[in-house]
Design a protein around this ligand. Structure first.
Ligand code: NAD
Length: 255
């Protein structure tokens, strides 16, 4: 825990996609900084593993962020369990289909939009309702691909650009909601999405060498480094930060 007062002391924070990678690491950072964390993931088993790693300050809910009824029920359960909501890290997402635009199926496109864009919208809708009146903060996990393009990734790039539009639009409503809304834009982060699935895919492998070069810091990122940035944005230390796009990418998008 850093400093005398934990950054998220007494706050109740939802983390979506908490069963793996950035979501799991972020939930651990938030708990270390004093938060009680509500873990959402569609994979009950891995989500439960995260809950066990954190201990008593965490509760787990099986939730598919692309399903409105599932999101509405899980957010209502969090309020029942913890009595209130102060923040959320909307992180759940899937990787690109690794196809050129000309080869991309409409089904690939719809699946991507349903989870990576509509999923963020649905979570924000119910989280904002829960925090309206008491105030709070939302951090959405976009990507460097939210501000630049990449080959074989039009589905992902379009969804992540959409998350940035959604973040900015909702930030403009802060005077009505009392909720600050910001985004983190990670570079390549060594999570199961990347290490177990993308790095074995020939379409993605071809891009790795140029990507290494563009991460000016000289390495790829660790999931907790994104968690630390999200933690600060959720905390009262970022009380005047609203509508910001915080790159956490070792300089990837600075070039
Ligand atoms: N790893 C990277 O390099 C990188 C870079 C930029 C942005 N991101 C973004 O970070 C987020 C997390 O990625 P990660 O690398 O940790 O991936 P990951 O695959 O390791 O973890 C993603 C988690 O989200 C969950 N999930 C997927 N669909 C869901 C749904 N419909 N409802 C609820 N949970 C769902 C999965 O079960 C999994 O636990 C994603 O939004 C991703 O696009 C990742």
């Amino acid at each position: 825990m850093s400093g005398a007062k934990p950054m998220l002391g007494d706050k109740v924070v939802i983390v979506t996609g908490a069963g793996s990678g950035i979501g799991r690491a972020a939930a651990q950072v938030f708990a270390e900084e004093g938060a009680r964390v509500a873990l959402f993931d569609r994979d009950a088993e891995s989500n439960e593993e995260t809950r066990e790693l954190i201990g008593d300050s965490a509760r787990a809910w099986t939730c598919d962020v692309s399903d409105e009824a599932s999101v509405a029920a899980a957010v209502a359960d969090v309020i029942d369990a913890f009595g209130r909501l102060d923040g959320a890290f909307n992180n759940a997402g899937i990787e690109m289909a690794n196809k050129l635009v000309a080869d991309l199926d409409a089904a690939d496109w719809s699946r991507m939009m349903g989870i990576n864009l509509t999923g963020v919208f649905l979570c924000m809708k119910y989280q904002t309702r829960a925090m309206q009146g008491t105030g709070g903060a939302i951090v959405n996990n976009s990507s460097g691909d939210g501000i630049i393009g990449a080959p074989y990734a039009s589905d992902y790039v379009a969804a992540k650009h959409g998350v940035i539009g959604l973040t900015r639009a909702a930030a403009c409503e802060a005077r009505y909601t009392g909720v600050r809304v910001n985004a983190v834009l990670p570079g390549l982060i060594l999570t199961p999405m990347v290490e177990e699935r993308l790095l074995g895919n020939p379409a993605f492998e071809a891009q790795v060498a140029p990507m290494v070069e563009r991460h000016s810091i000289g390495r790829f990122g660790q999931p907790e480094e994104v968690g630390q940035a999200a933690c600060w944005l959720l905390s009262d230390r970022a009380s005047f930060v609203n509508g910001a796009l915080l790159t956490v990418d070792g300089g990837y998008t600075a070039r």
